[in-house]
Design a protein around this ligand. Structure first.
Ligand code: SAH
Length: 347
C-alpha cells in the first residue's frame, strides 16, 4: 500500500522532494493545493509532469470514507462516522458558532483511559490514528460543508476532544498540528488548536517541549483524590497534584491560558464543597474553567444535575475570580455531545 500524502508535514515533504531531485518549489505548490484549496485529486498544475507523476505513483491521496452523517435538528451540530481502511470507525463533530465551526477531532480508535463517565472508554483502545486519518477528518468535514452548506466551510477552531487521549498518540497528533499550523497549508492560528488530556504526564512533557503554543485543556472533574480516581483511573498513576504542579511550571505565551474541564455529575461532584475546593485549587492561575453538564449515554451510571445546581456551582467559582463558562450541550440529540462518542454504538 502506498503511504498517504497527508502523513507528510512540510519538512517531510521537502525531504521527499530533495531525495528525489524534484524542484523545491513543488512543496509549497502541493501544500497550497491540498490544504488551502483543499483539492483531493493529485495536483497537475504549476508543477512539472515529472513531479506530478512522481506523487501520483508514490502516494495515496484518498481520505477516510464518510459512513454516516448525523445532523442535529436542534442546533445544526453535525456528527460524522468515518470508516477507516481497516474498517475501524471513528467519529468527528462539527460544532457551529455564528456561521462558523469548531471541529472536534478523534485521535484514537477507542481509548485506553477507561474514564467511568465516558462512552468512548467502554470500547477500550483499538489503535492509534495516523496523521492522515486525523487530517482526513478535517478535510472531509470541510468538503461536506462545501457541498451541503455552501459558503459555510469555515472551520476556525480545532479541538482534540473526540475519541481517544491525544497525548497518548503524541507523534501523530503533533504532526497533524504542524500541518494545520503550516503557513503553506490550512494556516490555522496557533491559539485556535486545543488538545484535551486526562493528565497523561509523559505526553504533557512532550507537549511542553515540542508544540508549546497549542492550547491545553485538562479534564479535571474532581479536586478530591478518591473521586477523581473513580472518574479517571489514570489519576492513580499520575495524580492531579503532580499534573497541576507540572502544568504550573510551563511558561505560557501572551494571552494563553489553560482550560480546566469539569463535568458536573448529579450528587457526585456538584456540591458547594466541590466548587470551593476546585476554586481554591485554581485561584491565581491562568485558568479558564469549562463546566460540562454530564451528558448521558446508553447504560451510563451517572446523571446530570438540575440547572439550579449547575448555576450555584458557577456562582461559587465566581467568588474565586476564575473565568468560568457553562458549556452548552450541543448535538446531544444525535449523541454528538462530549463523551457521547462511541463508534461501536448501534443505537
Ligand atoms: N482524553 C481526552 C480527550 C477526550 S474527552 C480528555 O480526557 O480530555 C473530551 C472531553 O469530553 C473531556 O473533558 C471529557 O472529560 C468530556 N466528557 C467525556 N465524557 C463526557 C460525558 N459523558 N459528559 C460530558 N462530558 C464528557
Amino acid at each position: 500500500m502506498k503511504p498517504s500524502f497527508y502523513d507528510l508535514n512540510y519538512s517531510d515533504l521537502e525531504a521527499v522532494i530533495s531525495q528525489n531531485d524534484l524542484n523545491p518549489s513543488v512543496a509549497s505548490v502541493l501544500f497550497n493545493w491540498h490544504y488551502k484549496k483543499k483539492e483531493t485529486a493529485p495536483c497537475q498544475q504549476k508543477i512539472s509532469t515529472h513531479s506530478s507523476n512522481f506523487f501520483q505513483e508514490n502516494f495515496d491521496f484518498s481520505l477516510p470514507e464518510i459512513d454516516t452523517v448525523y445532523e442535529s435538528e436542534k442546533d445544526r451540530t453535525v456528527k460524522f462516522l468515518f470508516k477507516l481502511k481497516d474498517h475501524h470507525k471513528v467519529e468527528t463533530v462539527l460544532i457551529p458558532f455564528n456561521n462558523k465551526y469548531s471541529i472536534c477531532l478523534s485521535s484514537q480508535v477507542g481509548c485506553a483511559m477507561n474514564c467511568s463517565f465516558c462512552f468512548t472508554g467502554e470500547q477500550g483502545l483499538k489503535r492509534n490514528l495516523t496523521t492522515s486519518e486525523i487530517i482526513g477528518q478535517f478535510l472531509q468535514a470541510w468538503h461536506w460543508l462545501a457541498s451541503h452548506r455552501p459558503g459555510e466551510q469555515r472551520i476556525l477552531n480545532i479541538v482534540f476532544m473526540g475519541q481517544g487521549e491525544p497525548l497518548h498518540n503524541f507523534d501523530a497528533v503533533k504532526k497533524a498540528c504542524e500541518i494545520f499550523l503550516s503557513q503553506h497549508g490550512t494556516s490555522i492560528g496557533i491559539q485556535k488548536i486545543t488538545i484535551s488530556t486526562a493528565g497523561y504526564i509523559p505526553g504533557l512533557k512532550r507537549w511542553r517541549e515540542e508544540i508549546p503554543g497549542v492550547n491545553l485543556a485538562l479534564s479535571l472533574h474532581s479536586p478530591f483524590t478518591e473521586k477523581r480516581n473513580e472518574l479517571i483511573p489514570l489519576n492513580k498513576k499520575y495524580p492531579l497534584d503532580e499534573v497541576l504542579a507540572y502544568i504550573d511550571e510551563i511558561p505560557l505565551q501572551k494571552k494563553q491560558f489553560i482550560t480546566y474541564e469539569y463535568i458536573l455529575i448529579k450528587d457526585f461532584n456538584d456540591a458547594t464543597d466541590d466548587a470551593k475546593k476546585l476554586g481554591t485549587m485554581l485561584a491565581g492561575k491562568s485558568a479558564y474553567i469549562n463546566l460540562i453538564p454530564f451528558n448521558p449515554f446508553p447504560g451510563s451510571r451517572y446523571t446530570c444535575p438540575d440547572w439550579d445546581t449547575i448555576e450555584n456551582f458557577k456562582t461559587v467559582l465566581d467568588t474565586f475570580k476564575i473565568p468560568t463558562l457553562i458549556r452548552g450541550t450541543k448535538g446531544d440529540d444525535v449523541l454528538a455531545a462530549c463523551g457521547q462518542l462511541n463508534s461501536n454504538n448501534k443505537t
